[in-house]
Design a protein around this ligand. Structure first.
Ligand SMILES: [Fe+2]
Length: 477
């Protein structure tokens, strides 16, 4: 038998594990789905098979599901399946958890020593004809884009040397190239970072290694048309602590943040290092090069949004007191000095998305998620324990904001932007709304330029959908 899951934030309420692999044809639709919305929306969802080995764990350890909503001829079909990682298969066979604490193999059951720990639970990306489920502590797992059956771990036909691949690769919409990196590339708490490029056909054409000042959590990075930018923030790994069975990450504000900038097609030896105040960033909105200046826009929180990283650094701040902003750092490469200029662009939030056409260039519009307590009290949902209730369209040049409240007793999972083929049309946003009063979900589609009008279509999903992390839209080809 399987015992109960712990009564902690990561496993209660909407965060209760679902463990349901499901397939539903022809979801019920209210309203009209525009004809031009044709393709598949993939999301990664951490959803633990078994209660944690050590009594409790973080949401981020959950076994990865890939969730697919496929839009064809006005019909919407739903499917979600576990990625059959090595970790998942071993635990399935044992009918219990075998892997211990988040990113700490020294806490594992001896029977799985040396086995692959990756849970493939953070981002699904479609590139070079392959659907890859990514998690930053391990290599990608390939999944069939229609059946969602697991094909196997993907190491670029044996060419990838890095042990890890970020869950935030950057796709250049002009060239089709996928830029990515792996940190802790040579193993636990290492300072080695691999900078990689796969061409439009999915072939690995570049992998160059460099060292960062210290082993920091590097969740995301920035690529502009001219530069690659590698920021790190003082959430720090320490091998001694990990070997002693302690947490992988601990917040350490005695260290500064660092940012490495290099010509994106240049040599890693050309990296110029900058330093900045200690803060926490998980997601970048966009970045671009303007003459000698490199701008990076990001969701800053003053301390980590994840409680377990704060507590490991002996910082005890309630979730609702974590402050932040949407911020731009500007680096002038023509000048000496090693610190950026900082400008606030908007209020705190996360899950920033922009139109693909705006990636890596000067842009004006982002859509991001926020918690607005004016609309209602916080609701437990998702990895940090508070679900977003507002989606905001922000014009970064003017600061003009439009808010969309997703509904009473509701939270929204990460939205995706879908481009339109109509001239001058800003496209659509699509997102899952968790109906906490009904234990069901809806998929809402809104016109990106007119959030104030609310959804033009609502698609009903007759089950609770555990909160995913990231997703991507793949147009029908
Ligand atoms: Fe992320």
């Amino acid at each position: 038998m399987t015992g109960p899951f712990p009564e902690t934030m990561d496993y209660i309420g909407h965060n209760a594990p679902s463990r349901i692999e499901a397939e539903i044809y022809d979801l019920v639709v209210h309203g009209e789905i525009p004809d031009e919305i044709a393709g598949a929306w993939y999301q990664s969802v951490p959803d633990p098979q078994y209660p944690p080995l050590l009594g409790t764990d973080t949401y981020l350890s959950g076994d990865g599901m890939v969730r697919m909503l496929r839009f064809e001829n006005g019909h919407v079909d739903f499917k979600q399946r576990y990625v059959r990682t090595e970790r998942w298969q071993l635990e399935r066979a044992a009918r219990r958890a075998l892997f211990g604490a988040y990113r700490n193999p020294f806490t594992d059951d001896p029977s799985v020593r040396g086995k692959r720990r990756g849970a493939a639970n953070t981002t699904p990306i479609f590139h070079g004809g392959r659907l890859l489920a990514l998690k930053e502590d391990s290599r990608p797992w390939e999944v069939d884009p229609r059946s969602l059956e697991t094909i196997g771990e993907w190491d670029y036909e044996g060419r990838l040397r890095s042990e890890t691949v970020t869950a935030h690769p950057r796709l250049d919409p002009r060239t089709g190239e996928l830029y990515f990196f792996g940190y802790e590339a040579s193993g636990l708490a290492s300072r080695d970072v691999a900078y990689c490029v796969a061409d439009k056909n999915g072939q690995l054409v570049r992998e160059d290694w460099f060292q960062v000042p210290y082993c920091a959590l590097m969740h995301d990075f920035i690529v502009t048309q001219e530069h690659a930018v590698f920021p790190g923030f003082p959430i720090v790994a320490d091998l001694e602590r990990i070997e002693a069975g302690g947490p992988h990450w601990a917040w350490d504000p005695t260290k500064e943040s660092f940012v490495g900038i290099m010509p994106r097609d240049g040599r890693v030896e050309q990296m110029r290092w900058f330093r900045a105040r200690p803060c926490s960033v998980f997601h970048f909105v966009n970045g671009f090069t303007e003459g000698s200046k490199v701008h990076i826009d990001m969701c800053v929180s003053e301390v980590p949004a994840f409680e377990f990283m704060r507590v490991a650094g002996d910082l005890h701040v309630p979730q609702h007191e974590v402050q932040g902003n949407l911020v731009r750092w500007t680096f002038d490469l023509s000048k000496p000095g090693d610190t950026p200029e900082e400008h606030v662009l908007g209020p705190a939030g996360d899950f920033p998305r922009i139109a693909d056409k705006d990636m890596m260039v000067d842009y004006d519009i982002t859509y991001y998620a926020r918690v607005d307590v004016n609309f209602g009290p916080p609701i437990v949902s998702g990895p940090v324990g508070v679900g977003f209730n507002t989606i905001t369209r922000l014009e970064v040049k003017t600061g003009k904001m439009t808010d969309l409240f997703v509904g009473p007793n509701c939270t929204a999972q990460e939205h995706v932007h879908i481009p339109s083929r109509k001239p001058g049309h800003e496209g659509y946003l699509m997102y899952i709304v968790d109906r906490h009063d009904q234990n069901q979900a809806e998929v809402h589609i809104v016109e990106a330029a007119h959030l104030e009008n609310g959804p033009i279509a609502r698609i009903l999903v007759p089950m609770r959908l555990r909160c995913g992390v990231h997703g991507n839209w793949v147009p029908q080809t």
